[in-house]
Write a protein that binds this ligand. Structure first.
Ligand code: 0X9
Ligand code: ZN
Length: 302
């Protein structure tokens, strides 16, 4: 089993997921949806049975390598969502959950071995010695728009083309394959404590922005009730900055997922990306509550 008192390496996480997959019977299944540039697996866990008309919640984490609290929170959520409490049994009969804890495994491994603050993927550019693409500027919706860079050395490099990265390519293909049963798309990042709705590519907001805001506020309220942690809710372009080619914009604009959010987890800057491992459990506990409430509300809205 995996503790939530420490951060874990790619290998530890990968082995734990396989172990869960072997021991959960029909309650879950663990499989790879593709490979990274350096041939690591993109391992997804499905929790709850597959039913023809069952709605789906998708959660990914670790798009940015250095944001360690995001994968750690995804693992916390996995370990709790799949336990057999009454609420979980209810949620798992109503929903199928798909969770990808490490969306950028090469970058994540690199933050363990070489550069703790690495953000991007680890792909090689044909003519530039700077490596990696910002996997949150690489999605095929308003790709290369505002808040992105064509410079391979930039932290916000958008890549040579949309989905140039095998990671974003594989994830987008899998997410599309889930079809219109996919009701919720959540992407876990850090830091800042924001519950962010599209759009990132423009200051304009989606037509159904008020619905998104309502559900986001309910999730943030539930999160706050756990231990008082405050998350700000709003459009990412307004609360943060313009940034096109993000996964949340693509999920809403292309995959058609109504409730698509990016969540910037703890903290608000005291430790930033280097959040102490002693905060994993608290971050996980409050986020799990937020995700459960969100799932229940979205179900009611159907
Ligand atoms: O800049 C990002 O990709 C995200 N912030 S982070 O500090 N984790 O890098 C925010 C993404 C918000 N969504 C979009 N801009 N689409
Ligand atoms: Zn991020």
């Amino acid at each position: 089993s995996l503790n939530h008192t420490h951060y874990h390496t790619y290998d530890e996480i990968s082995e734990w997921l396989d172990e869960v997959g072997r021991s959960c019977g029909s309650a879950c299944s663990v499989f790879s949806i593709g490979n990274s540039t350096e041939n690591r697996n993109l391992k997804v866990i499905r929790i709850g049975s597959e039913g023809a008309n069952k709605p789906i919640v998708w959660i990914d984490a670790g798009i940015h390598a250095r944001e360690w609290i995001a994968p750690a929170t995804a693992l916390y959520i996995i370990s709790k969502v799949y336990s057999r409490s009454r609420l979980n049994r209810y949620l798992n009969t109503k929903y199928t959950w798909y969770i990808l804890p490490l969306a950028n495994p090469d970058g994540y491994d690199y933050t363990w071995t070489s550069d703790r603050l690495w953000r991007k993927t680890r792909s090689v550019h044909p003519t530039n010695s700077c490596r990696g693409v910002d996997p949150n500027r690489n999605w095929g919706f308003h790709w290369a728009g505002l808040g992105t860079s064509a410079n391979p050395c930039s932290e916000n490099y958008h890549g040579l083309q949309p989905f140039s990265e095998p990671e974003t390519q594989a994830i987008s293909q899998f997410v599309l394959s889930l079809g219109d049963r996919l009701l919720v798309y959540l992407s876990l990042h850090s830091y800042g404590q924001y519950w962010l709705a599209p759009w990132g590519y423009t200051y304009r907001v989606p037509d159904d922005y008020l619905d998104m805001l309502y559900v986001g506020n309910q999730a943030a309220d539930a999160l706050k009730r756990v231990q008082g942690t405050v998350y700000e809710v709003g459009a990412s372009s307004r609360l943060l900055y313009l940034a096109a080619g993000g996964s949340d914009d693509w999920a809403k604009g292309v995959a058609g997922v109504k409730y698509a959010y990016t969540v910037e987890l703890r903290d608000t800057g005291r430790h930033g990306f280097i959040l102490p491992a002693s905060e994993i459990q608290q971050t996980g506990r409050e986020m799990l509550q937020a995700v459960r409430v969100l799932a229940l509300i979205v179900l009611r809205e159907q």
